[in-house]
Write a protein that binds this ligand. Structure first.
Ligand code: HMG
Ligand code: MG
Length: 299
């Protein structure tokens, strides 16, 4: 059975903009977040409190976050890689944070400069402290399906990291197909393996990149399995600078088009969202890769 409602976790302002060659002005980012909220998105990942040298595109987190944090009816999660990142986020009033782990050693090293276990050891006190401060904590797991250095990723590796994040107190998980290689059967296998190891579907979100055009099919499979939180990025922006062959996320417009057709509620106004992505594409100087944006903005 398909769910009646899906919560879209919008990642365009974070996953999208972290991968842009040029740095988008802070004012434009703030306007992007406001327009996403106007379009009806209620969970908008705003930025990352990571090392500014590692992700210069988001080095303005301190300037940006105060410009959007008063938005009504919107949750604004931010990424924190360690205690320093959590300090920065909490001091600005963030109430939702996300740590980001990897199912593979190669990506843990490339993205966090740590082994998988070292990074989990960094996250544990971060999660505890965030929850003590009343924050909601998401735990991302990258490279859940395939890794550019290691190839196919065994299910048990993913399950182990998911369990560790839940055991340290994460409220929800997001299963990342960082390089977009997943296919629907693989998605169902992973969800079943997680359920068998005691990870309930209601704490699982899915995060598909669309490199091979499989993101919507993968999402549909996850919905049929009972998943109700889906990550997407307006206009299909996105990718990870530390994973070669990572392209844009599932486009929020493509997702909303499919969900509308299925009669699944999202609260999103598709016309406003498309207008936002068209505007953002003008700021970035190239058209949106989203098929739905292109179809609906064609004069
Ligand atoms: P490191 O170089 O090992 O850092 O980087 P360190 O812990 O050794 O600290 C070195 C210096 O950095 C220290 O300063 C720290 O204070 C400072 P010093 O004492 O030398 O003056 N520092 C910081 N400064 C500001 N903010 C911080 C911070 N942390 C340390 N938070 C680190 C380790 C984790 C910091 C680095 O690797 C990093 O920032 N990585 C982030 C990479 C990233 O953001 N990747 C993209 C997001 S993940 C993603 O896109 C995947 C996802 O979408 C899901 C999917 O698709 O799979 C989520
Ligand atoms: Mg991503």
């Amino acid at each position: 059975d398909l769910p009646a409602r899906v919560r879209i976790h919008e990642v365009g302002a974070r996953d999208g903009l972290q991968n842009e060659k040029s740095t988008v002005p802070t004012e434009v980012k703030a306007e992007f977040v406001r327009r996403l909220a106007d379009a009806g998105l209620t969970t908008i990942e705003a930025t990352s409190f990571v090392h500014p040298k590692w992700v210069p595109q988001l080095a303005d987190a301190e300037e940006l976050f105060p410009q959007v944090r008063e938005l009504k009816g919107v949750e604004l999660p931010v990424l924190v890689p360690n205690g320093r990142g959590l300090d920065r986020a909490l001091s600005l009033g963030a109430t939702r944070v996300a740590v980001f782990a990897s199912a593979t050693e190669s990506f843990a090293k490339a993205n966090l400069n740590r082994t998988v276990d070292e990074s989990l050891a960094v996250f544990a006190p971060v999660v505890t402290r965030a929850r003590d401060e009343g924050a909601h904590v998401r735990g991302y797991v990258s490279m859940c399906f395939g890794d550019p250095w290691e190839g196919a990723v065994p299910l048990h590796q993913v399950v182990r990291v998911c369990r560790a994040l839940l055991d340290m107190g994460c409220d929800e998980l997001s299963l990342g197909d960082t390089i977009g290689v997943a296919t629907p059967g693989h998605v169902l296998e992973l969800l079943s393996a997680l359920n068998e190891q005691g990870v309930p579907t209601n704490v699982i979100g899915v995060h598909f990149h669309d490199t091979y055009g499989q993101a919507l099919a993968n999402t549909y499979a996850a919905l049929e399995h009972g998943v109700t939180t889906v990550d997407a990025s307006a206009g299909g922006l996105g990718g990870c600078p530390y994973a070669k062959s990572a392209t844009g996320n599932l486009a929020t417009e493509d997702l909303v088009w499919m969900l509308q057709g299925l009669g699944i509620e999202t609260g999103v106004d598709l016309g406003r969202l498309v207008a936002t992505s068209v505007w953002m594409a003008e700021q970035l100087g190239r058209p949106s890769p989203s098929r739905t944006v292109r179809a609906l903005s064609h004069k």
